[in-house]
Design a protein around this ligand. Structure first.
Ligand SMILES: [Fe+2]
Length: 310
């Protein structure tokens, strides 16, 4: 399938209203002073409509990914220069860009927001505050998956389990594996940010799929689909995918089995991912699509409408 996106310009500046967002929202709002959210274009992908059996009430959500916030202050003095350079590399004013996307998200009044990792470029104290503010400013419940940038080198400690615990407060959910039933649909958030799935994640997912509800899967690193290979290799010069034998990280047997299950099980009705920093959508089996989001730092967002099968 082709790439579908349209450019919409945010025409007015509107700092985040504090409201229920509270103090974390206050940080986000303050941090935005000096940014220019209004000047950043959105790259909104075409809306998605999913008609699924057993939906008890129609709902919508917004999928966001990869904001790569680069906030840093004297609490993490050794990273200030690095993150300034990283911000430049992503085009600068990452908070302003996130604010533009969040304003557009709030205006859509989604029932929830799903964020698939790399909220921040590095887990600094200032980035943790900015990320919490960003999620609080969504104007809807927000659930997330971990991205590799939330724990990889040069993060200190360079320990995924530590950061899974430390970042749990962001969305008040476990970050290794988390399932939420929403209006008759199972939403499943799985941390695959080291290019693998674990046996525990596999067993929990297989068990969940037995309950007969349709399932939407949220992960950071996309699952191997043939059409994704040339697209990813063109941008990254290597295959940044999970479950691909010739990929950056050879998959374990458990990872391959996880991918086989979710790609073949009739209940898995959609996969949402990020990581590769471009928009892509293609079927992993007939009638079921993996959606990869344009990063928030490039104005990316996608709205999904879920309705009961007629
Ligand atoms: Fe990323």
């Amino acid at each position: 399938m082709g790439h579908e996106s349209s450019l919409i310009t945010v025409t007015r500046r509107n700092f985040i209203k504090l409201g229920s967002a509270g103090l974390v929202g206050a940080y986000f709002s303050l941090a935005l002073k000096g940014s220019d959210a209004a000047s950043h274009p959105l790259a909104r992908a075409a809306d998605v409509y999913l008609d699924l059996p057993g939906v008890t009430k129609a709902f919508s959500f917004v999928h966001l990914t990869d904001a790569h916030l680069t906030e840093c202050d004297q609490r993490d003095a050794k990273f200030v220069e690095r993150l300034q350079a990283r911000s430049k590399g992503f085009g600068g004013d990452l908070l302003g860009k996130a604010e533009g996307v969040l304003e557009a998200t709030r205006m859509e009044r989604p029932d929830f927001v799903a964020f698939t990792g790399d909220l921040m470029d590095l887990p600094t104290a200032a980035n943790l505050e900015a990320s919490a503010g960003m999620l609080a400013a969504c104007g809807a419940p927000c659930w997330i998956t971990m991205g590799n940038h939330e724990w990889e080198w040069p993060a200190e400690p360079n320990d995924r389990k530590y950061w899974q615990g430390r970042l749990q407060f962001l969305a008040n959910q476990p970050l290794d594996w988390f399932a939420k039933e929403f209006n008759g649909v199972n939403l499943v958030f799985v941390d695959n940010s080291d290019y693998q799935f674990t046996e525990d994640q596999l067993n929990r997912t297989v068990e969940l799929l037995k309950d007969g509800r349709p399932c939407l899967l949220f992960i950071h690193i996309p699952i191997y689909i043939e059409s994704l290979v040339p697209a990813v290799e063109q941008v990254w010069k290597m295959a940044l995918m999970v479950g691909y034998e010739q990929g950056r990280v050879p998959p374990t047997p458990v990872t391959l089995e996880f991918c086989r299950v979710v790609k073949s099980h009739p209940a898995v009705a959609g996969i949402f991912a990020g990581h590769v920093h471009f928009e892509h959508r293609d079927a992993y089996r007939q009638g079921a699509v993996q959606y990869i989001g344009t990063p928030v730092f490039a104005g990316g967002m996608r709205k999904i409408f879920v309705r009961a099968t007629a």
